[in-house]
Design a protein around this ligand. Structure first.
Ligand SMILES: C[S@@+](CC[C@H](N)C(=O)[O-])C[C@H]1O[C@@H](n2cnc3c(N)ncnc32)[C@H](O)[C@@H]1O
Length: 188
């Protein structure tokens, strides 16, 4: 089948498919409706671990239901807690961490990720990554907070030392000003 260049989020799934191995520990920093959490559960397999965070009970419930229906809930630990506290989960040597910023699709648009907490979470996430581990971040500049968050993410990632991290930025320049953008960071 032809390779389809679909969206920023699918591009990050392609990277996950190449980097996550069965048995790995990974983090979904923004579980939302659990689509990424489920994908990660499939990639880590029976012996892997997916740690997921969200500040909304509705997101945790929706994800729990999705994983239970797929028969993979035993691979995941779901925290009703902000990702800025991810260090409290007591894990390390993480091979992939996914941030899908913004608000819960179909949910309350006033509950969106905010740069102040995203920054703390990114700093902690980078410290939890193992060598050659990847951090994938999808930003949505199509609304005021999303636009601010995307600019701050860009500044933060551009300042990372290239000896320690490879940073890649992907965007679709003909998809309009609010189109989602992808950032891929790999620890050296
Ligand atoms: C775009 S959605 C994520 C979609 C999800 N990846 C999926 O596959 O369905 C963003 C989520 O981030 C959550 N969120 C907002 N602030 C957060 C924080 N500080 N920590 C963790 N999650 C947060 C929102 O509640 C929302 O569910």
């Amino acid at each position: 089948m032809a390779y389809l260049l679909r969206s920023a989020r699918y591009l990050s799934h392609d990277v996950l498919k190449e980097t996550v191995q069965p048995g790995d520990t990974v983090i979904d920093a923004t579980m939302g409706n659990g689509h990424d959490t489920l994908y990660l559960c499939e990639l880590v397999g029976e012996d892997g671990r997916v740690i997921a965070f969200d500040v909304q009970a509705q997101a945790v419930e929706s994800t729990r239901q999705r994983l239970t229906e797929a028969g993979v809930m035993n691979r995941a630990t779901l925290y009703h807690m902000g990702h800025e506290r991810m260090d409290e989960a007591g894990i390390k040597d993480v091979s992939a961490i996914v941030f899908n910023l913004g608000w819960l699709p179909g949910g309350d648009k006033s509950v969106t990720t905010l740069w102040e907490t995203t920054k703390v979470a990114l700093e902690k996430a980078l410290s939890l990554l193992k060598k050659h581990g990847v951090l994938l971040l999808c930003a949505y500049p199509g609304h005021a907070e999303g636009d601010r968050e995307r600019s701050e993410v860009m500044k933060f990632l551009a300042s990372l030392p290239p000896q320690q991290y490879n940073v890649l930025h992907q965007r679709f320049p003909n998809a309009g000003p609010g189109a989602p953008e992808n950032f891929i960071i790999q620890k050296q």
